[in-house]
Ligand binder design. Structure first.
Ligand SMILES: Nc1ncnc2c1ncn2[C@@H]1O[C@H](COP(=O)(O)OP(=O)(O)OP(=O)(O)O)[C@@H](O)[C@H]1O
Ligand SMILES: [Mg+2]
Length: 243
């Protein structure tokens, strides 16, 4: 992956570690000297919480506000008002009202690329922009995929958790064909893997077999470990909490 990349972390299933992956990837790449912007694009504001923001409902300028500004043809505020920094990683927080933005995007015409207006203002400052999406394939996620260069699909190798994978990839193909032909499937990141269970091993093999020649399944898998939950509780990236 080259310079000025926008990467979306997505999946159709909740709890497949999209947020944990976005958060930790941000710090791992920042440690390698990359300039990083993470965008919380999920109404649940989980990524914002990971960064240690306690009252996500009280953040004055969020990605939701920026989306509304663009929708209303208003000027965007100064970057310093919406870009936050936590130990070398910049991020834009999300509020609860982001779900209202999703509804608004669906009501108005031509809203598929609203997020790109915001990215145009900030992306030159960064090597990577990472967007953490929500589990539903609503207008927000479509917006995220419409501006992205790459999408990393997270998958938790439990039978039911893997079932939305094909549907999600079908949507990625539709977006590639209809809205954003530079979008690439970077690969499938298997998360919360239990090396000890036969089911987990079987499903990992199945996924590798299914996507052979079609989409990379990253060889590095993320193990199931309590350290992830603990590190989030303490708002610390894993490279710090449990290197
Ligand atoms: N490698 C891991 N091992 C154990 N638990 C993990 C791991 N990664 C994430 N978790 C836990 O799994 C839960 C879901 O993770 P996370 O919030 O990152 O998923 P998500 O895909 O962003 O979910 P959502 O769709 O709700 O946004 C969290 O409680 C998190 O602490
Ligand atoms: Mg999440």
């Amino acid at each position: 992956m080259g310079h000025e990349q926008s990467i979306v972390i997505g999946a159709m299933k909740g709890g497949s570690a999209k947020t944990a992956s976005t958060y930790n990837l941000a710090y791992s790449l920042a440690e390698q000297g990359k300039r990083f912007l993470a965008i919380d694009f999920d109404p649940q504001s989980n990524l914002t919480t990971c960064f240690g923001v306690e009252k996500t409902g009280e953040v004055p300028v969020t990605i939701g506000h920026l989306m509304i500004s663009v929708l209303e043809e208003e000027d965007l505020p100064e970057k310093t008002r919406f870009i936050w920094e936590r130990e070398g990683v910049d991020f834009i927080p999300a509020p609860m009202m982001l779900s209202a933005v999703d509804a608004k995007l669906r009501l108005e015409m031509g809203t598929g690329k609203i997020l790109s207006t915001i990215l145009d203002v900030v992306k030159d400052d960064y090597d990577y922009v990472l967007i953490d999406t929500c589990q539903s394939l609503g207008a927000l996620t479509i917006n995220a995929l419409s501006v992205a260069d790459d999408v990393i699909v997270t998958g938790n190798p439990q039978l039911l958790a893997m079932m939305g994978l094909q549907d999600f990839l079908k949507t990625v193909t539709k977006i590639q064909n209809r809205i954003n032909n530079k979008l690439q499937g970077a690969g499938i990141l298997l998360t919360i893997c239990d090396a000890r269970t036969i089911l987990s091993k079987t499903i990992v093999e199945e996924v590798q077999e299914t996507f052979k020649g079609q989409l990379t399944v990253f060889e590095n898998k993320i193990p199931n470990t309590v350290k992830v939950g603990e590190s989030i509780y303490y708002s610390q990236p894993l490279i710090e909490y449990a290197p």
